[in-house]
Design a protein around this ligand. Structure first.
Ligand code: HPA
Length: 281
């Protein structure tokens, strides 16, 4: 069959509709905000008044995380009265999933009603002013994954073939986050996030290159999710925790246990800021 006929388009939407239908058998909740809880940042989930928690393995076409630090459940409930859906754990390109698989849940959360996406994650900080544990409010991104979740036949129902990326992260949401940080006395750096495939951390030469390219922080997620969200015209807030400082001329060997500890330490601050922003939505 030729691409682009009504039948093929319906076929391409089918997995999303099946996942959506299964979730709807479990909960009628219409989320306003979708949240992705990244590495070590699952604690925000504890602030949600959970009404339903669905393991990814119960949802058709959802991929289950192979990383121990990611739990693999979709949480439905209220965060300070605002209806939300939260991904407790995400899947990554480095686990072997395609970027289309990585963003599948983002698309389903949009179908469920969410028009705002909050993404969080761990990152390496390349700006000398950043300390381990600092929070970064993303204001732009660089896709260095050599791929895009938007490759393939365009899903017209979700968005246009050539989505605009002039403002990946929403200016108004950023303003709210800065305001909240100021009021709480929490240090919040603005920053450009570069996404790499991983799973190896970067060499000195790579950190140096990323810095010269214009990135302030580097990580292995976020960018595909933001691309899918912007394709669907969701407003996006991105916040990351600097889990390791990556200055090429003073690079220390990375300690993954330490990275996770640092992310967990930052969790209360990240949670507070996200709650402050979500409350305004
Ligand atoms: N590089 C890539 N991803 C990361 C890093 C890093 O240094 N730290 C946490 N996630």
């Amino acid at each position: 069959m030729k691409r682009g006929t009504a039948d093929t388009r319906e076929g391409e939407m089918k997995p999303f509709r099946e996942a959506h239908a299964r979730i709807r058998e479990r909960t009628p909740l219409e989320p306003r905000v979708a949240v992705v809880l990244g590495t070590g940042l699952g604690g925000l989930g504890e602030s949600i008044e959970i009404e339903e928690a669905i393991p990814y393995t119960d949802i058709p076409h959802f991929s289950d995380s192979t990383v121990e630090t990611h739990a693999g459940r979709l949480l439905f409930g209220h965060l300070d009265e605002v209806p939300v859906v939260a991904m407790e754990g995400r899947v990554h390109r480095y686990e072997g999933y395609s970027l289309q698989e990585v963003v599948f849940p983002i698309r389903v959360m949009r179908l469920l009603g969410a028009k705002v996406l909050v993404v969080s994650g761990a990152c390496g900080g390349m700006d000398a002013r950043m300390k381990a544990g600092d929070l970064v409010l993303l204001d732009d991104q660089i896709n260095l994954m050599g791929d895009s979740p938007l490759v393939g036949p365009n899903l017209d129902e979700f968005g246009p073939r050539f989505p605009d990326m002039s403002e990946p992260f929403d200016g108004e949401l950023r303003e709210l986050a800065f305001q909240a940080a100021l009021e709480r006395g929490i240090r919040l750096h603005p920053g450009v996030y570069a996404a790499v495939v991983g799973p190896a951390l970067e060499t000195r030469a790579e950190y140096r290159m990323l810095r010269r390219m214009g990135a302030d922080v580097v990580g292995m997620s976020i960018v595909p999710e933001v691309l899918a969200a912007r394709h669907m015209e969701m407003r996006v807030l991105g916040m990351t925790v600097v889990t390791n400082v990556c200055l090429p001329d003073a690079l220390e060997p990375a300690d993954v246990a330490e990275i996770l500890r640092t992310a967990r330490n930052a969790e209360p601050r990240l949670t507070a800021l996200i709650r402050d922003v979500v409350k305004e939505l």
